[in-house]
Design a protein around this ligand. Structure first.
Ligand code: ATP
Length: 194
């Protein structure tokens, strides 16, 4: 049976915290692939400025282009509308009925899992993988879930800080990969914010 990791996010921009998480969970859980699923419309961030989905997808593609086992997924962008993980997992299950799905998230996201749309459906479709995230409370694995915690190197990096760095002209080097820096500068992302 294939073992597939599903790591959803806004990825605005994708950073080393995301990549280190994805590659370590791939390794620790012996997954075949981890999909970095780019949210089309991240409804949990309603009211906050979010870069166009295709710009975020281009950054994630650039970030994982030469990384074996990590893949950018446009499944939520192709579907359009608000991005509900329950729908994404259901669609992945239809596409790959034999795959075992592992839903990966940082402890900050896991802390809010009970607020997610159709959380009970999620529970039936995937096992949960919670990774520690600096600054987020340690989250107990939610009741009723098949779940485990994976320790990954703690990197205190957030997309929010990176957007502010671009706007201020501070360096991104080593916080995001070089190909992502090129997409940000080619598409002039974040420069106008603040
Ligand atoms: P923002 O600062 O804009 O809220 P973010 O840095 O939290 O963005 P997201 O794209 O919202 O990034 O996160 C997607 C997933 O990655 C979430 O499950 C989140 O918990 C996880 N994540 C983000 N940053 C880290 C990090 N530094 N270490 C571990 N997990 C992370």
């Amino acid at each position: 049976m294939k073992r597939l990791g599903v790591f959803g996010g806004t990825f605005d921009p994708p950073h080393v915290g995301h990549l280190v998480t994805a590659i370590n969970v791939l390794h620790e859980l012996r997954l075949d692939r981890v999909l970095l699923v780019v949210a089309n419309d991240p409804w949990q961030k309603a009211g906050l400025p979010v870069s166009p989905a295709l710009d975020r997808l281009a950054m994630v593609e650039a970030a994982v282009a030469d990384v074996a086992g990590l893949e950018a997924s446009s499944i939520e962008i192709d579907r359009g509308g608000p991005s509900y993980t329950a729908e994404t997992l259901a669609e992945l299950h239809l596409r790959e009925p034999d795959a075992e799905l592992h839903l990966i998230m940082g402890s900050d996201a896991a802390h809010l899992l009970h607020t997610w749309e159709r959380a009970d459906e999620l529970r039936d479709l995937a096992a949960l993988v919670v990774v520690n995230r600096p600054g987020a409370p340690a989250t107990a694995v939610p009741q009723g879930w098949k779940a485990q915690q994976v320790e990954v190197p703690r990197l205190e990096v957030s997309s929010t800080d990176l957007r502010a760095r671009v706007a201020d002209g501070r360096p991104l080097k080593w916080l995001v990969t070089e190909p992502v820096i090129h997409v940000i500068s080619d598409r002039r992302l974040y420069a106008e914010r603040r």
